[in-house]
Design a protein around this ligand. Sequence first.
Ligand SMILES: [Zn+2]
Length: 84
Amino acid sequence: MLTSIRNLSLKKKSELVDKMAKKTKKTKPSSKKYALYESSGSELKRKNKFCPKCGDGVFLAKHKDRLSCGKCQYTEFMTKDKKE
Ligand SMILES: [Zn+2]
């Protein structure tokens, strides 16, 4: 009986370890900042707006109805009549 309980706990433990291992394996997707730039010839185009608080280099993340900065939480609401 004792061994079976031990085995059970061991199994649970290994499952937990597995879960933790899976979690730690998940790597954060690198920010694709290069995707927000578009170069045509010598000109460099930026697809998103920059954050007015953080300055150039910090893009505003596009949402359904707003733009937001992930750095300073600045949020800019988009007007409905303007659609890209
Ligand atoms: Zn910002």
